[in-house]
Design a protein around this ligand. Structure first.
Ligand SMILES: Nc1ncnc2c1ncn2[C@@H]1O[C@H](COP(=O)(O)OP(=O)(O)OP(=O)(O)O)[C@@H](O)[C@H]1O
Length: 256
């Protein structure tokens, strides 16, 4: 477990957070006793089985859901405005070009159009879609659409980018490529990311820290830093330190 007292003030601090959904007299305890920090510049992976409450935790972090118990402290972060979101599906508007899709947050938040256009073009270049700015979503592959969704999430220069199983619908090879892209984008932007996945290898490969959630309701099994030697490339997955982290998570999830 990370020694939180030794850390500088985090961007977000969750302390024993719980969430109960109440609907038509029915109560569902989705999340219980979740405690971790999102530190500036981190890529925090949240990993756990399907339905264990990862999306609920992410919505609480993004300010889209209120926790029903515990405390959550945002430090220098305006909920909503300072957060960019990427979902499992790219959710691009099919009647808008890729550039117009990336510009959507500028319209919603009332940002300066000229500046936003220049930024959209820079971001499209960064995600390797400069050549596709005037194309429509149906003309792009799934991976390209998800790159556009990432550019859109960055348009308003948010401090935090939250990603909810963004590559779950992609084939395994495209997924590996997108993982490399995330490492590069993190390096280029210096932003803070929270990345939800049910893929243990993906969580370890991308994360500078990981929160492991167990099911029904989600409880935090552990929260620890991931330090892998050297530059991260796909071949790091073949190393012992990587395998040790994966094995540790297998143990926490009761998979061995
Ligand atoms: N709006 C809601 N109303 C009632 N129950 C909900 C609501 N949203 C989620 N739940 C319940 O809370 C629990 C956790 O759901 P959540 O979507 O957070 O899990 P998850 O780990 O993200 O799942 P997946 O990996 O399948 O997306 C589930 O039992 C789900 O049915």
């Amino acid at each position: 477990m990370i020694d939180r007292a030794a850390q500088k003030q985090p961007l977000i601090r969750l302390e024993n957070v719980s969430k109960t959904y109440r609907r038509a007299g029915l109560e569902t305890l989705a999340v219980q006793d979740v405690t971790f920090d999102v530190n500036e510049g981190d890529l925090l992976s949240i990993v756990g089985a399907s339905g264990c409450g990862k999306t609920t935790v992410l919505k609480i972090l993004a300010g889209l859901q209120q926790a029903t118990g515990g405390t959550i402290a945002f430090n220098g972060l305006t909920e909503g405005r300072d957060v960019g979101m990427v979902f499992q599906q790219p959710l691009l508007l099919k009647w808008r070009t890729i550039r117009e899709n990336v510009l959507l947050p500028a319209q919603i938040l009332g940002l300066d159009r000229t500046k936003a256009q220049a930024r959209a073009d820079d971001l499209l270049d960064m995600v390797g879609l400069g050549h596709a700015a005037d194309r429509y979503p149906y003309e792009l592959s799934g991976g390209m659409q998800q790159r556009a969704a990432i550019a859109r999430a960055l348009l308003h220069d948010p401090k935090l980018v939250v990603m909810d199983e963004p590559f779950g619908a992609l084939d395994a090879i495209t997924r590996e490529k997108m993982n490399l892209e995330i490492l590069r984008i993190r390096k280029d932007t210096g932003k803070t990311f929270v990345f939800v996945t049910h893929d243990i290898q993906e969580a370890v490969f991308l994360g500078s820290a990981v929160a492991v959630l167990t099911s029904g309701p989600a409880r935090m099994a552990d929260y620890f830093a991931i330090t892998l030697p050297g530059e991260r490339g796909l071949n790091i997955k073949l190393t012992q330190p990587f395998a040790d982290y994966v094995d540790r998570i297998y143990g926490l999830l009761g998979l061995r």
